[in-house]
Design a protein around this ligand. Structure first.
Ligand code: ADP
Ligand code: MG
Length: 694
């Protein structure tokens, strides 16, 4: 079915994906920071008015103190603050401009730096948010502010001290009379008699208080000043009254007569001991402050570089994860579809060579069906990555099985006999048709792989009633279900294989043959459809895999069959459809189809033009509108505005995947329907007719 080159690619894509997933998980949990991804959704407050937490690591809880946030909407657990948060992150989503701010989280008692960035991943509605604990930085900043305050205070104190108390005393040396007198402060400080000091001291008396080591320098400085005249300042040690030596500064001025004769020499003695200590203290404080600031700045720089690196790594691994998922899924699904198309083409060739042209047509239609399903691949891949919007429709599963049987027989080969047992009166199920088809095909491929020497595949449907106990064993609510079971006569599964069979990427198949995604996709699909899937297997005997789906109360539309038989019901005279779509080719296509069916079609390219038509009194039986529209309103808003004037107006919305939630994820008002792109022309025609007749 596949060439070895493709097998190789598939294998390495699978490895890369598993590896990448693991690394991503590791990183996600290992980073100390809190991290979460939020996805915007629509709420009663309007489009994008709420968001749900799709991922969060353990750091998230540590940092914010908020527990079990995944799966919760912001309006659910913080209704009072929700408006603020939605506005904040909504802005990030809208503009793509990253956001950073600080906030105190009461629950965790921490200061957190929150950085949010639009998450350029699979969904265009996601924002990633990083929570970094900055409590320590905040505390360090507070400590810094405190020590700055102390330093300022010190300086003030010193200045005050200098002004008030640092002048020990004053002297006046009459050089002409050679009389050295001092004031009371001076006398007291040096243990001299104040009375004597006032009258005059002998120079010996004063010099005696000077430290012996400083005497020579002092007398030199004095002599030099007297010779030169003018300002004088000299520091030396003196013994004060308590017998201890202290540093002082003598600060004075020598007055000379015009002929150079020394006249007088007055001055003050300053206590520089204290000033020195204060200056030292001030320098020390300033140095400390500088060092502290530097380390802080450095730490902040390091942390933000780290943060950027971590963010980048995270983004990269998330991108890789998404790419990996897409690649793995794509290869798998395309293999299935290619098998179907190849089988159909082979049949066409056979029939043509037999000249049975009418039969050949059937297989062409079948091949077209597979091609259309390939186009719907993106839709299903998104579904696999749990970000899906299913398009569940009431479905007749028997008809679906019948439509697939021929394709399945071709795919599994002539060595295997395919048998279908469709119970009469099977209840309809509400499911996404292409997903169910895909699931069935996957089960049959597994059956084929289990029977290398041939055997039998039985596809069976049945109605089931799960009473209390049965519902418990199947882990579904009590009630009515229908089952779709595929049984083979193959090798069966050992208990340890059965236990892991639903794990993504679990495969026992040789390199290149298995992706391990088949059963995990079926499991996800069954769960999302409100059902369940179960394996019953016996080694060497065979395996049965059953999908259980809840009964749908209503009629099935036989969509699977409808897609193959292109219905061309004709319009009644005058029936008018308004088509609003900004994409001219899409608009033209829809218009062509509708005109061919006999409808009168009015076209509009934006919501403004559309609304003007809707508010006029032109006849309009049906509105077919794109959801994303220019002109100030989206399709839904336009339809709602129109319904104020035309209450029962029938509407079909055409949506791309991303827009599904704009119209409420399938929860539509009566008379409003939706069709997901890409759609078959026949489906559109059938939907229009169905609605017109309703
Ligand atoms: P894959 O088919 O790519 O291996 P699946 O998820 O479809 O991945 O299946 C996982 C594993 O479950 C298979 O590798 C196989 O071991 C086991 N398995 C699935 N279906 C059957 C079956 N009908 N009979 C025996 N084993 C099966
Ligand atoms: Mg498989």
């Amino acid at each position: 079915m596949t060439s070895s080159g493709e097998n190789e690619q598939l294998r390495s894509a699978r490895y890369a994906l598993a590896d990448c997933e693991q690394r991503y998980r590791g990183l996600f949990e290992a980073i100390d920071d809190g991290f979460c991804i939020i996805e915007f959704i629509d709420g009663p407050q309007g489009p994008l008015s709420d968001y749900v937490h799709v991922e969060a690591n353990s750091g998230y809880e540590r940092h914010t103190g908020i527990r079990h946030v995944v799966g919760k909407r912001i309006r659910e657990f913080a209704p009072d603050e929700a408006d603020g948060w939605v506005a904040l992150y909504g802005e990030v989503l809208r503009t793509g401009r990253p956001l950073r701010f600080e906030r105190y989280f009461d629950a965790a008692g921490r200061y957190i730096e929150v950085s949010a960035a639009r998450f350029e991943g699979v969904s265009p509605r996601q924002v990633s948010v990083l929570f970094r604990d900055i409590t320590q930085r905040k505390q360090a900043e507070a400590a810094l502010r405190e020590s700055e305050a102390i330093a300022r205070e010190n300086i003030e104190r010193v200045q005050l001290a200098l002004a008030a108390g640092a002048i020990i005393g004053t002297w006046l040396w009459d050089l002409q009379q050679d009389r050295f007198s001092v004031d009371e402060g001076f006398a007291r400080a040096f243990g001299l008699d104040p009375a004597l000091g006032r009258v005059g001291l002998s120079l010996e008396q004063v010099v005696a208080t000077v430290h012996p080591d400083d005497r020579e320098a002092l007398s030199n400085a004095i002599n030099e000043a007297i010779k030169r005249g003018g300002p004088y300042a000299h520091q030396y040690r003196v013994r004060r009254a308590n017998g201890q030596y202290y540093w002082i500064e003598a600060n004075g001025r020598v007055h000379l007569a015009t002929d150079g004769t020394p006249l007088s020499f007055p001055g003050v003695v300053l206590d520089v001991e204290e000033r020195r200590a204060v200056e030292e203290e001030r320098n020390r404080a300033a140095a400390e402050l500088r060092a502290l600031t530097e380390t802080l700045e450095q730490r902040v720089a390091e942390r933000s570089a780290e943060l950027l690196r971590a963010e980048e790594q995270l983004r990269q691994s998330q991108k890789m994860e998404a790419v990996g998922q897409l690649t793995g899924g794509l290869a798998h699904d395309f293999n299935n579809l290619l098998a179907g198309i190849a089988g159909a083409l082979e049949l066409v060739a056979t029939r043509l060579s037999q000249g049975r042209i009418v039969d050949a047509e059937r297989y062409i239609v079948a091949a077209q069906g597979a091609t259309k399903r390939a186009a719907a691949l993106t839709h299903r891949l998104l579904a696999f990555s749990r970000r899906q919007t299913l398009d569940p429709r009431p479905t007749n599963v028997n008809a679906l099985v019948n439509g697939m049987t021929e394709l399945i027989q071709r795919t599994v080969g002539p060595g295997i006999h395919v048998e279908t047992v469709g119970v009469a009166g099977l209840w309809p199920a509400l499911v996404d048709v292409s997903q169910l088809e895909n699931a069935l095909l996957n089960l049959c491929l597994n059956a084929r792989d289990a029977m290398p020497n041939g055997g039998r595949i039985t596809i069976e449907t049945a109605n089931r009633w799960f009473d209390h106990d049965a519902a418990r064993t199947h882990q579904v609510p009590e009630g009515q279900y229908l089952s779709l079971c595929v049984t083979d006569t193959g090798v069966g599964m050992a208990p340890e294989v059965m236990a892991r069979a639903f794990d993504p990427f679990f495969t026992t198949k040789p390199l290149g043959q298995g992706t391990g995604l088949g059963l995990s996709m079926i499991y996800g699909f069954a769960q999302q459809s409100g059902g369940q899937v179960r394996i019953y297997s016996e080694l060497e005997r065979g395996t049965t895999v059953c999908i259980y789906l809840p009964r749908h109360y209503g009629d099935a539309t036989d969509d699977a069959v409808e897609r193959i038989k292109l219905p061309t019901p004709q319009a009644e005279v005058g029936e008018t459809v308004l088509v609003v779509d900004d994409e001219p080719t899409v608009r033209m296509l829809i218009t062509d189809v509708l005109e061919e069916l006999g409808y009168t079609v009015i076209e509009a390219a934006d919501s403004g033009a559309g609304l003007r038509v809707l508010q006029s009194d032109v006849r309009i039986d049906l509105l077919v509108s794109d959801v994303g529209l220019p002109g100030g309103m989206n399709g839904r808003q336009m339809a709602e505005a129109a319904r104020q004037q035309r209450p029962g107006l029938k509407v079909i919305f055409i949506t791309g995947y991303a827009e599904n939630s704009v119209i409420g994820n399938g929860h539509l008002e009566p008379g409003m329907h939706m069709l997901t792109k890409p759609f078959a022309v026949g489906t559109l025609a059938a939907r229009v007719r169905e609605l017109m007749n309703a």
